[in-house]
Design a protein around this ligand. Structure first.
Ligand code: ATP
Length: 280
């Protein structure tokens, strides 16, 4: 049986500006997004008989059609007109509903993997068109590089010369619904004169742009985010920010030693889950 196992990496948002609410209920955003090494594993196997079967090793992640990976398989099979049988096993390493884009990355990886396994020959553009219907962050994971994402997240352009950095992620083990964060967001009219910096690979320059409009909304509900940020800064982080709609906070380090020292300390705090990782 033909089979492939792929990594589905998480992302962090270095910048997340919410620009306006659109007539269709979505928000126009401006995001700078970066993939990190922390990844789920996706095993995709072609079966002899038609049908899509998705399982995950983690409670709280739906099996079957409730899983975004199932919907990704369904979307690419129906677009190709093929009646293949597909089994997908997900080993979940990325915390769920955590602002790290785990479900979106799983979906993107299924699109990429099935395109390959079935020899469909769809372009990345075509996969992104299928992906954005599944979730606004899916195209980014097909793009496969650091990006400026605009619109609802589907308009992507590369961001060059961001520094490679180490990160410590801390998740306080509460689940945050992205929809509820947007519902509680009070949009202020803003001057939209943003100019993308030209990055030079400098860590301080990266840390100077860290900003997330959703952070205050999620922090109001979960003040522990403020506590995590100050703990990470006191352990030597060069910059800290909540990712996406949260609650995961990432801390930026220029070198592995400093990141590892922070990780060793913060991972002892009970009730928090910590991860040592790096940009890819
Ligand atoms: P985003 O920032 O894009 O909202 P997130 O990282 O905060 O993403 P996910 O981990 O993608 O959130 O999970 C969001 C919801 O989707 C969860 O409630 C979960 O039950 C559901 N879900 C469906 N499929 C998956 C999957 N493959 N992995 C994780 N969650 C999934």
């Amino acid at each position: 049986m033909k089979s492939v196992t792929l990594n589905a990496p998480a992302k962090v948002n270095y910048l997340l500006d919410v620009l306006r609410k659109r007539a269709d209920g979505y928000h126009d955003l401006r995001m700078i997004m970066q993939r990190i090494a922390l990844s789920d594993q996706i095993e995709i196997t072609l079966l002899d008989n038609p049908g899509i079967y998705v399982t995950s090793d983690k409670g709280g992640v739906p099996d079957g059609p409730g899983n975004i990976a199932w919907r990704a398989a369904e979307a690419i099979l129906s677009c190709s007109g093929r009646e293949a049988g597909v089994r997908i096993r997900i080993v979940k390493k990325i915390p769920v509903a955590a602002g790290l884009g785990g479900g979106s990355s799983d979906a993107a990886t299924v699109l990429i993997g099935l395109n390959e396994l079935l020899g469909l020959g769809f372009s990345d553009e075509k996969l992104m068109q299928l992906g954005v219907k599944l979730g606004a962050d899916v195209p980014f994971f097909i793009f496969k590089r650091a990006a400026l994402a605009e619109g609802i997240g589907e308009r992507l352009s590369p961001v060059d010369r961001l520094p490679a950095v180490w990160m410590v992620l801390v998740n306080p083990n509460v689940h945050v619904s992205t929809a509820s964060v947007y519902q509680n967001l009070r949009l202020t009219k803003r001057e939209d004169t943003y100019k993308m910096p030209t990055f030079s690979g400098n860590v301080d320059q990266l840390c100077a742009i860290l900003s997330n409009d959703l952070e205050s909304v999620t922090t109001e509900r979960f003040p522990v985010i403020r506590e995590i940020k100050s703990e990470l800064l006191s352990l030597g982080a060069r910059g800290v920010l909540m990712s996406g709609s949260g609650p995961t906070v990432f801390a930026v380090f220029a070198d592995e030693g400093a990141a590892r020292y922070c990780f060793d300390t913060v991972s002892k705090v009970s009730g928090w889950s910590s991860f040592l990782t790096r940009t890819i």
